[in-house]
Design a protein around this ligand. Structure first.
Ligand SMILES: *Cc1c(COP(=O)(O)O)cnc(C)c1O
Length: 225
């Protein structure tokens, strides 16, 4: 039996929130889900939504209430940054300088500063994006980076390997937390460590996560067909 599909979206949100420490922020990952489902979450008090496709996020932004914070959690294509630049509140998956440059340019065009997280590759799978800690360090210390005035790097994001071996997931989260703590010393704006999804968020919180991205445990399984 899958209780997650029996309980309502509202109950799922209340259930997850009841167990969250105060310093952990919940991002409701609503990718592929219809606006009615998002509205149910909204009515349950949820105000932060995560999407992984820019076009889908833009169309949901246009129909949903305007006090929502929209997070882009997927891999970002440079040529589409302009569509979300007017409203996106946090971009989780930044993993190269060219992308940051484009986000900065589009933020400037919209007279705003856009918050971003650098994605660090912690998983063993090739399919997962992200920078190495040393590449991220070089980027943050570069002259080119210091010239980008319309972006703010507020932390790191990572995705653990999809595996049943909890020890491996734990090691990957712990590693990311160590990297985060090091970066934090040099960057006063670092405050967000985005790690943890439906399958592994309790462990991520134990390992120091401050932001979890939960999809299926709120909205039920996704149907990609
Ligand atoms: C889809 C997705 C999630 C949510 O996954 P669930 O397992 O459904 O909670 C979290 N983070 C990223 C980057 C995703 O693409």
């Amino acid at each position: 039996m899958n209780f997650k599909n029996v309980m309502s979206i509202k109950e799922n949100i209340h259930h997850i929130k009841a167990l969250l420490p105060e310093h952990v922020t919940l991002v409701a990952v609503s990718k592929t889900k219809p606006v009615e489902d998002l509205l149910e979450a909204y009515q349950a008090g949820q105000r932060i939504f995560g999407e992984n496709k820019i076009q889908e996020m833009v169309s949901k932004y246009e129909t949903m209430p305007k006090d929502i914070q929209w997070h882009m959690i997927g891999h970002v294509q440079k040529n589409k940054v302009k569509y979300m630049a007017p409203f996106v509140s946090l971009i989780h998956g930044v993993d190269n300088f060219k992308l940051l440059e484009e986000i900065n340019k589009q933020a400037q065009n919209n007279h705003r500063t856009i918050d971003c997280l650098i994605q660090i590759k912690i998983a063993t799978e090739d399919s997962k994006f992200g920078m190495t800690p040393s590449d991220a360090t070089s980027l943050l210390q570069s002259d080119e980076f210091s010239k980008l005035k319309n972006i703010r790097i507020t932390g790191l994001m990572g995705m653990a390997t999809f595996t049943e071996y909890e020890n491996q997931i734990k090691a990957e989260f712990t590693y990311l937390k160590t990297v985060f703590d090091k970066f934090k010393i040099q960057n006063s704006e670092f405050k967000i460590l985005s790690m943890g999804m439906s399958g592994d968020y309790p462990l991520a919180i134990t390992c120091g996560s401050t932001m979890i991205r939960i999809g299926s445990s709120i909205f039920g399984n996704r149907n990609y067909s």
